[in-house]
Design a protein around this ligand. Structure first.
Ligand code: FE2
Length: 433
Protein backbone atom coordinates (compact mmCIF):
# COMPACT_ATOMS: atom_id res chain seq x y z
CA UNK A 1 0.00 0.00 0.00
CA UNK A 2 1.52 3.28 -1.15
CA UNK A 3 0.78 6.63 0.46
CA UNK A 4 0.29 8.40 -2.87
CA UNK A 5 0.39 7.62 -6.59
CA UNK A 6 0.57 10.30 -9.27
CA UNK A 7 -0.69 8.74 -12.48
CA UNK A 8 0.07 9.63 -16.12
CA UNK A 9 2.83 12.12 -15.36
CA UNK A 10 5.12 13.69 -17.92
CA UNK A 11 8.63 14.11 -16.54
CA UNK A 12 11.16 16.86 -17.32
CA UNK A 13 13.49 14.33 -18.99
CA UNK A 14 10.86 13.60 -21.67
CA UNK A 15 9.29 10.44 -20.26
CA UNK A 16 5.53 10.61 -20.75
CA UNK A 17 2.57 9.10 -18.96
CA UNK A 18 4.40 7.33 -16.15
CA UNK A 19 3.17 6.75 -12.62
CA UNK A 20 5.05 7.88 -9.51
CA UNK A 21 4.45 5.98 -6.29
CA UNK A 22 5.34 7.43 -2.90
CA UNK A 23 5.84 5.75 0.46
CA UNK A 24 7.14 7.14 3.76
CA UNK A 25 8.05 10.47 2.22
CA UNK A 26 10.19 8.98 -0.55
CA UNK A 27 9.70 8.01 -4.17
CA UNK A 28 9.12 4.25 -4.18
CA UNK A 29 8.59 3.60 -7.91
CA UNK A 30 8.52 5.41 -11.25
CA UNK A 31 7.05 3.27 -14.01
CA UNK A 32 4.03 3.06 -16.30
CA UNK A 33 0.77 1.58 -15.01
CA UNK A 34 1.32 1.02 -11.29
CA UNK A 35 -1.74 -0.94 -10.16
CA UNK A 36 -0.98 -1.25 -6.44
CA UNK A 37 -3.28 0.44 -3.97
CA UNK A 38 -2.61 3.84 -2.50
CA UNK A 39 -4.22 6.03 0.12
CA UNK A 40 -4.43 8.86 -2.41
CA UNK A 41 -4.24 9.00 -6.21
CA UNK A 42 -3.75 12.16 -8.25
CA UNK A 43 -4.30 12.00 -11.99
CA UNK A 44 -1.58 14.13 -13.58
CA UNK A 45 -3.38 13.69 -16.94
CA UNK A 46 -0.18 13.97 -19.02
CA UNK A 47 0.88 17.14 -17.32
CA UNK A 48 4.39 17.85 -16.11
CA UNK A 49 5.49 16.56 -12.73
CA UNK A 50 8.82 18.04 -11.72
CA UNK A 51 11.07 18.15 -8.72
CA UNK A 52 10.46 21.41 -6.83
CA UNK A 53 11.90 24.72 -7.89
CA UNK A 54 15.09 25.70 -6.11
CA UNK A 55 16.28 29.28 -5.66
CA UNK A 56 20.03 29.33 -5.00
CA UNK A 57 20.28 33.09 -4.46
CA UNK A 58 17.86 35.19 -2.45
CA UNK A 59 17.75 37.92 0.22
CA UNK A 60 15.09 36.90 2.70
CA UNK A 61 16.05 39.60 5.18
CA UNK A 62 15.14 42.32 2.68
CA UNK A 63 12.17 40.73 0.91
CA UNK A 64 8.76 42.45 1.01
CA UNK A 65 10.32 45.63 2.41
CA UNK A 66 9.58 47.65 -0.74
CA UNK A 67 8.84 51.26 0.17
CA UNK A 68 10.58 51.09 3.57
CA UNK A 69 11.64 53.78 4.23
CA UNK A 70 11.36 55.01 0.62
CA UNK A 71 11.65 53.86 -3.00
CA UNK A 72 14.90 53.46 -5.00
CA UNK A 73 14.79 56.49 -7.31
CA UNK A 74 17.81 55.79 -9.53
CA UNK A 75 17.15 52.06 -9.78
CA UNK A 76 20.84 51.28 -9.26
CA UNK A 77 22.53 48.63 -7.15
CA UNK A 78 24.36 51.31 -5.20
CA UNK A 79 21.22 53.28 -4.28
CA UNK A 80 19.65 49.97 -3.27
CA UNK A 81 22.56 49.29 -0.90
CA UNK A 82 22.31 52.84 0.51
CA UNK A 83 18.54 52.48 0.95
CA UNK A 84 18.93 49.14 2.73
CA UNK A 85 21.49 50.92 4.95
CA UNK A 86 18.82 53.46 5.92
CA UNK A 87 16.37 50.69 6.76
CA UNK A 88 18.77 48.50 8.76
CA UNK A 89 18.73 50.44 12.06
CA UNK A 90 14.91 50.20 12.05
CA UNK A 91 14.73 46.43 11.55
CA UNK A 92 13.20 44.31 14.28
CA UNK A 93 13.43 40.58 14.62
CA UNK A 94 9.65 40.26 14.71
CA UNK A 95 9.14 42.23 11.50
CA UNK A 96 11.93 40.33 9.72
CA UNK A 97 10.47 36.96 10.72
CA UNK A 98 6.97 38.01 9.71
CA UNK A 99 8.04 39.21 6.26
CA UNK A 100 10.26 36.17 5.64
CA UNK A 101 7.52 33.71 6.60
CA UNK A 102 5.03 35.54 4.40
CA UNK A 103 7.48 35.15 1.54
CA UNK A 104 7.89 31.46 2.37
CA UNK A 105 4.12 30.97 1.99
CA UNK A 106 4.31 32.57 -1.44
CA UNK A 107 7.30 30.38 -2.33
CA UNK A 108 5.52 27.18 -1.28
CA UNK A 109 2.49 28.13 -3.37
CA UNK A 110 4.88 28.43 -6.34
CA UNK A 111 6.45 25.03 -5.70
CA UNK A 112 9.68 26.64 -4.51
CA UNK A 113 10.85 24.33 -1.73
CA UNK A 114 14.57 25.09 -1.36
CA UNK A 115 16.10 28.55 -1.00
CA UNK A 116 19.60 29.79 -0.31
CA UNK A 117 19.29 33.21 1.30
CA UNK A 118 22.08 35.64 1.94
CA UNK A 119 21.75 37.35 5.29
CA UNK A 120 23.37 40.70 5.90
CA UNK A 121 25.98 40.51 8.65
CA UNK A 122 26.98 44.17 8.45
CA UNK A 123 24.01 45.05 10.63
CA UNK A 124 25.89 45.22 13.97
CA UNK A 125 23.10 43.78 16.15
CA UNK A 126 22.85 40.74 13.83
CA UNK A 127 19.09 40.91 14.24
CA UNK A 128 18.93 39.76 10.62
CA UNK A 129 20.82 36.58 11.52
CA UNK A 130 18.72 35.91 14.61
CA UNK A 131 15.54 36.34 12.59
CA UNK A 132 16.53 34.12 9.68
CA UNK A 133 17.85 31.38 11.96
CA UNK A 134 14.39 31.37 13.54
CA UNK A 135 12.78 31.26 10.09
CA UNK A 136 15.08 28.41 8.96
CA UNK A 137 13.91 26.31 11.89
CA UNK A 138 10.23 27.20 11.62
CA UNK A 139 10.02 26.55 7.89
CA UNK A 140 12.20 23.40 7.84
CA UNK A 141 9.27 20.97 7.37
CA UNK A 142 8.40 22.73 4.10
CA UNK A 143 11.45 24.56 2.75
CA UNK A 144 15.15 23.70 2.85
CA UNK A 145 16.56 27.10 3.76
CA UNK A 146 20.32 27.67 3.62
CA UNK A 147 21.82 30.88 4.98
CA UNK A 148 24.90 32.72 3.73
CA UNK A 149 26.82 35.18 5.93
CA UNK A 150 26.86 38.17 3.61
CA UNK A 151 28.92 41.27 4.48
CA UNK A 152 26.76 43.63 2.41
CA UNK A 153 28.79 46.75 3.26
CA UNK A 154 32.16 45.10 2.62
CA UNK A 155 34.22 42.58 4.58
CA UNK A 156 37.08 45.08 4.98
CA UNK A 157 35.20 48.26 4.11
CA UNK A 158 32.63 48.11 6.91
CA UNK A 159 34.03 48.41 10.42
CA UNK A 160 33.40 45.27 12.44
CA UNK A 161 32.16 43.22 9.49
CA UNK A 162 34.90 40.58 9.75
CA UNK A 163 34.11 39.85 13.39
CA UNK A 164 30.36 39.93 12.73
CA UNK A 165 30.71 37.41 9.91
CA UNK A 166 32.54 34.98 12.18
CA UNK A 167 29.91 35.54 14.87
CA UNK A 168 27.15 34.76 12.40
CA UNK A 169 28.90 31.50 11.46
CA UNK A 170 29.24 30.65 15.16
CA UNK A 171 25.50 31.25 15.53
CA UNK A 172 24.79 28.61 12.86
CA UNK A 173 24.80 30.34 9.48
CA UNK A 174 25.70 27.70 6.90
CA UNK A 175 27.82 29.36 4.22
CA UNK A 176 30.53 32.02 3.83
CA UNK A 177 29.61 35.00 1.62
CA UNK A 178 31.46 38.04 0.34
CA UNK A 179 31.26 41.09 -1.90
CA UNK A 180 34.77 41.72 -3.29
CA UNK A 181 33.73 44.29 -5.92
CA UNK A 182 32.34 46.52 -3.16
CA UNK A 183 35.59 46.66 -1.18
CA UNK A 184 37.58 49.90 -1.49
CA UNK A 185 40.21 48.66 -3.94
CA UNK A 186 40.84 45.74 -6.28
CA UNK A 187 43.58 44.62 -3.87
CA UNK A 188 41.23 44.62 -0.89
CA UNK A 189 38.62 42.83 -2.97
CA UNK A 190 41.08 40.05 -3.80
CA UNK A 191 42.27 39.96 -0.18
CA UNK A 192 38.64 39.53 0.96
CA UNK A 193 38.20 36.55 -1.37
CA UNK A 194 41.37 34.97 0.04
CA UNK A 195 40.38 35.59 3.68
CA UNK A 196 36.84 34.30 3.18
CA UNK A 197 37.90 31.13 1.33
CA UNK A 198 40.36 30.44 4.14
CA UNK A 199 37.60 30.79 6.74
CA UNK A 200 35.41 28.39 4.75
CA UNK A 201 38.22 25.85 4.41
CA UNK A 202 39.02 26.01 8.12
CA UNK A 203 35.39 25.65 9.15
CA UNK A 204 34.53 23.04 6.50
CA UNK A 205 31.87 25.29 4.95
CA UNK A 206 30.75 26.15 1.45
CA UNK A 207 31.33 29.57 -0.15
CA UNK A 208 28.87 31.71 -2.10
CA UNK A 209 30.04 35.18 -3.02
CA UNK A 210 28.38 38.09 -4.68
CA UNK A 211 31.21 38.43 -7.16
CA UNK A 212 31.86 41.08 -9.80
CA UNK A 213 28.29 42.41 -9.75
CA UNK A 214 29.30 45.36 -11.88
CA UNK A 215 29.61 46.43 -15.52
CA UNK A 216 33.33 47.06 -15.01
CA UNK A 217 35.15 44.58 -17.26
CA UNK A 218 38.24 44.93 -15.06
CA UNK A 219 36.40 43.48 -12.08
CA UNK A 220 38.09 40.07 -12.14
CA UNK A 221 37.59 38.75 -8.62
CA UNK A 222 36.17 35.53 -10.05
CA UNK A 223 39.69 34.55 -11.12
CA UNK A 224 40.86 34.88 -7.49
CA UNK A 225 37.78 32.96 -6.35
CA UNK A 226 38.65 30.12 -8.76
CA UNK A 227 42.31 30.08 -7.72
CA UNK A 228 41.53 30.11 -3.98
CA UNK A 229 38.97 27.35 -4.47
CA UNK A 230 41.65 25.11 -5.97
CA UNK A 231 44.27 26.17 -3.38
CA UNK A 232 41.99 25.11 -0.50
CA UNK A 233 40.62 21.99 -2.19
CA UNK A 234 37.10 23.46 -2.19
CA UNK A 235 36.22 22.29 -5.71
CA UNK A 236 32.46 21.88 -6.15
CA UNK A 237 31.73 23.75 -2.90
CA UNK A 238 32.07 27.33 -4.12
CA UNK A 239 29.59 29.49 -6.01
CA UNK A 240 30.13 32.78 -7.80
CA UNK A 241 26.89 34.74 -7.76
CA UNK A 242 26.09 37.36 -10.43
CA UNK A 243 29.47 37.55 -12.27
CA UNK A 244 27.96 40.31 -14.39
CA UNK A 245 31.36 41.84 -15.24
CA UNK A 246 31.89 38.79 -17.46
CA UNK A 247 29.24 40.27 -19.77
CA UNK A 248 31.55 43.22 -20.46
CA UNK A 249 34.91 41.44 -20.44
CA UNK A 250 37.23 41.10 -23.38
CA UNK A 251 36.73 37.76 -25.19
CA UNK A 252 40.42 36.86 -25.05
CA UNK A 253 40.49 37.13 -21.26
CA UNK A 254 37.26 35.13 -20.96
CA UNK A 255 38.85 32.36 -23.04
CA UNK A 256 41.40 31.99 -20.24
CA UNK A 257 38.95 32.54 -17.39
CA UNK A 258 36.26 29.96 -18.17
CA UNK A 259 38.66 26.98 -18.06
CA UNK A 260 39.92 28.22 -14.67
CA UNK A 261 36.33 28.32 -13.41
CA UNK A 262 35.73 24.81 -14.79
CA UNK A 263 38.89 23.52 -13.10
CA UNK A 264 37.63 24.94 -9.77
CA UNK A 265 34.17 23.39 -10.39
CA UNK A 266 32.62 26.73 -9.51
CA UNK A 267 28.85 26.94 -9.53
CA UNK A 268 27.69 30.03 -11.39
CA UNK A 269 24.55 31.76 -10.15
CA UNK A 270 23.24 34.47 -12.47
CA UNK A 271 20.18 36.39 -11.32
CA UNK A 272 18.52 37.26 -14.62
CA UNK A 273 15.70 39.50 -13.37
CA UNK A 274 18.03 41.60 -11.26
CA UNK A 275 21.03 41.60 -13.59
CA UNK A 276 19.05 42.94 -16.52
CA UNK A 277 17.44 45.54 -14.25
CA UNK A 278 20.47 46.85 -12.33
CA UNK A 279 23.29 46.54 -14.86
CA UNK A 280 23.89 48.90 -17.76
CA UNK A 281 22.51 51.86 -15.82
CA UNK A 282 25.49 54.04 -16.72
CA UNK A 283 25.24 53.21 -20.43
CA UNK A 284 23.59 55.37 -23.04
CA UNK A 285 23.07 53.17 -26.13
CA UNK A 286 23.87 50.43 -26.88
CA UNK A 287 22.88 49.46 -23.34
CA UNK A 288 24.39 46.28 -21.94
CA UNK A 289 22.17 43.50 -20.64
CA UNK A 290 24.65 42.68 -17.88
CA UNK A 291 23.87 38.98 -17.42
CA UNK A 292 26.92 36.71 -17.35
CA UNK A 293 27.83 34.45 -20.29
CA UNK A 294 25.44 31.61 -19.64
CA UNK A 295 25.62 29.61 -22.92
CA UNK A 296 29.42 29.69 -22.94
CA UNK A 297 29.63 28.65 -19.27
CA UNK A 298 27.15 25.81 -19.82
CA UNK A 299 29.06 24.68 -22.91
CA UNK A 300 32.21 24.47 -20.77
CA UNK A 301 30.40 22.03 -18.46
CA UNK A 302 30.04 24.55 -15.61
CA UNK A 303 26.96 24.20 -13.43
CA UNK A 304 24.75 27.27 -14.00
CA UNK A 305 21.87 27.84 -11.57
CA UNK A 306 19.50 30.80 -11.74
CA UNK A 307 18.55 32.80 -8.66
CA UNK A 308 15.60 35.10 -8.02
CA UNK A 309 17.74 37.40 -5.79
CA UNK A 310 15.03 39.91 -4.87
CA UNK A 311 11.28 40.23 -4.47
CA UNK A 312 9.82 43.64 -3.58
CA UNK A 313 12.87 45.09 -1.85
CA UNK A 314 15.26 48.08 -2.26
CA UNK A 315 16.72 46.57 -5.44
CA UNK A 316 13.67 45.20 -7.24
CA UNK A 317 10.02 46.22 -7.06
CA UNK A 318 8.57 43.16 -8.80
CA UNK A 319 8.82 39.39 -8.40
CA UNK A 320 6.51 36.75 -6.96
CA UNK A 321 8.67 33.80 -5.95
CA UNK A 322 8.09 32.31 -9.40
CA UNK A 323 11.27 30.64 -10.63
CA UNK A 324 9.62 30.10 -14.03
CA UNK A 325 9.65 33.87 -14.43
CA UNK A 326 13.37 33.81 -13.67
CA UNK A 327 14.00 31.18 -16.36
CA UNK A 328 11.76 33.09 -18.77
CA UNK A 329 13.88 36.23 -18.36
CA UNK A 330 17.12 34.25 -18.71
CA UNK A 331 15.97 32.82 -22.04
CA UNK A 332 15.36 36.34 -23.32
CA UNK A 333 18.47 38.00 -21.89
CA UNK A 334 20.80 35.22 -23.09
CA UNK A 335 18.85 34.56 -26.31
CA UNK A 336 18.78 30.86 -25.39
CA UNK A 337 15.80 30.06 -27.59
CA UNK A 338 16.57 26.60 -29.01
CA UNK A 339 14.42 23.79 -27.60
CA UNK A 340 17.48 22.32 -25.91
CA UNK A 341 18.54 25.68 -24.44
CA UNK A 342 15.04 26.30 -23.05
CA UNK A 343 15.06 22.89 -21.39
CA UNK A 344 18.48 23.76 -19.97
CA UNK A 345 16.90 26.89 -18.48
CA UNK A 346 14.35 24.70 -16.69
CA UNK A 347 17.24 22.64 -15.30
CA UNK A 348 18.85 25.89 -14.09
CA UNK A 349 15.92 26.50 -11.71
CA UNK A 350 15.61 22.88 -10.59
CA UNK A 351 18.39 20.26 -10.73
CA UNK A 352 21.30 22.65 -11.34
CA UNK A 353 20.22 24.82 -8.42
CA UNK A 354 19.89 21.77 -6.18
CA UNK A 355 23.42 20.81 -7.18
CA UNK A 356 24.74 24.32 -6.45
CA UNK A 357 23.17 24.12 -2.98
CA UNK A 358 24.40 20.55 -2.41
CA UNK A 359 20.88 19.37 -1.58
CA UNK A 360 20.67 15.74 -0.55
CA UNK A 361 17.76 13.52 -1.56
CA UNK A 362 16.69 15.84 -4.39
CA UNK A 363 15.71 14.17 -7.65
CA UNK A 364 13.18 12.21 -9.64
CA UNK A 365 14.49 8.77 -8.78
CA UNK A 366 13.52 5.86 -6.57
CA UNK A 367 14.71 6.63 -3.04
CA UNK A 368 14.69 10.42 -3.49
CA UNK A 369 12.56 12.66 -1.31
CA UNK A 370 8.95 12.72 -2.53
CA UNK A 371 9.08 16.46 -3.20
CA UNK A 372 7.14 17.13 -6.41
CA UNK A 373 5.25 19.80 -8.30
CA UNK A 374 2.37 19.14 -10.71
CA UNK A 375 2.11 21.92 -13.29
CA UNK A 376 -0.58 22.99 -15.73
CA UNK A 377 1.77 22.35 -18.65
CA UNK A 378 2.84 19.40 -20.73
CA UNK A 379 6.59 19.89 -20.58
CA UNK A 380 9.31 22.21 -19.21
CA UNK A 381 9.19 24.60 -22.18
CA UNK A 382 5.45 25.07 -21.87
CA UNK A 383 5.85 25.53 -18.13
CA UNK A 384 8.26 28.40 -18.73
CA UNK A 385 6.16 29.89 -21.55
CA UNK A 386 3.03 30.02 -19.40
CA UNK A 387 4.66 30.41 -15.99
CA UNK A 388 2.30 27.54 -15.44
CA UNK A 389 -0.06 27.18 -12.51
CA UNK A 390 1.18 24.87 -9.77
CA UNK A 391 -1.76 22.49 -9.47
CA UNK A 392 -0.23 20.54 -6.59
CA UNK A 393 2.90 20.97 -4.49
CA UNK A 394 4.03 17.87 -2.64
CA UNK A 395 6.53 17.77 0.22
CA UNK A 396 7.74 14.41 1.53
CA UNK A 397 4.72 12.74 -0.01
CA UNK A 398 2.09 15.14 1.35
CA UNK A 399 0.17 17.70 -0.73
CA UNK A 400 0.93 21.05 0.92
CA UNK A 401 -0.48 23.40 -1.74
CA UNK A 402 -3.16 23.10 -4.39
CA UNK A 403 -4.48 25.45 -7.06
CA UNK A 404 -7.25 25.27 -9.63
CA UNK A 405 -6.21 25.17 -13.29
CA UNK A 406 -6.14 28.57 -14.96
CA UNK A 407 -9.07 28.58 -17.39
CA UNK A 408 -10.93 31.49 -18.96
CA UNK A 409 -14.54 31.31 -20.08
CA UNK A 410 -15.32 33.38 -23.14
CA UNK A 411 -18.72 34.71 -24.20
CA UNK A 412 -18.43 35.99 -27.79
CA UNK A 413 -21.67 37.04 -29.45
CA UNK A 414 -23.41 33.76 -28.77
CA UNK A 415 -20.35 31.51 -29.03
CA UNK A 416 -18.92 30.38 -25.73
CA UNK A 417 -15.53 28.77 -25.25
CA UNK A 418 -13.18 27.74 -22.50
CA UNK A 419 -9.55 28.71 -22.98
CA UNK A 420 -6.89 26.54 -21.38
CA UNK A 421 -3.55 28.30 -21.94
CA UNK A 422 -1.84 24.90 -21.94
CA UNK A 423 -3.83 23.69 -24.96
CA UNK A 424 -1.62 25.31 -27.61
CA UNK A 425 1.19 22.85 -28.32
CA UNK A 426 3.76 23.43 -31.08
CA UNK A 427 3.58 21.38 -34.28
CA UNK A 428 6.07 18.54 -34.60
CA UNK A 429 8.25 20.16 -37.25
CA UNK A 430 11.91 19.42 -37.87
CA UNK A 431 14.54 20.76 -35.47
CA UNK A 432 12.43 19.96 -32.43
CA UNK A 433 15.43 18.99 -30.36
FE1 FE2 B 1 22.17 39.11 -4.16
Amino acid sequence: MFDLILTSANLPDGRRGVDIAVKDGRIAAIEPGITAEARERIDAANRLVSTPFVDPHFHMDATLSLGLPRMNRSGTLLEGIALWGELKPMLTREALVERALRYCDLAIAQGLLAIRSHVDVSEPRLVTVEALLEVREKIAPFIDLQLVAFPQDGYFRAPGAAAALERALDMGVDIVGGIPHFERTMEEGAASVKALCRIAAERGLRVDMHCDETDDPMSRHVETLAAETVRHGLQGRVAGSHLTSMHSMDNYYVSKLIPLMAEAELHVIPNPLINITLQGRHDTYPRRRGMTRVPELMAAGINVAYGHDCVMDPWYSLGSGDMLEVAHMAIHAAQMTSRQAMRASFDAITVNSARAMGLEGYGLAVGSNADLVLLQAEDPIEAIRLKATRLAVIRRGRVIARAEPRLSRLDLDGRTATVDPAAYAPHAGEGGD
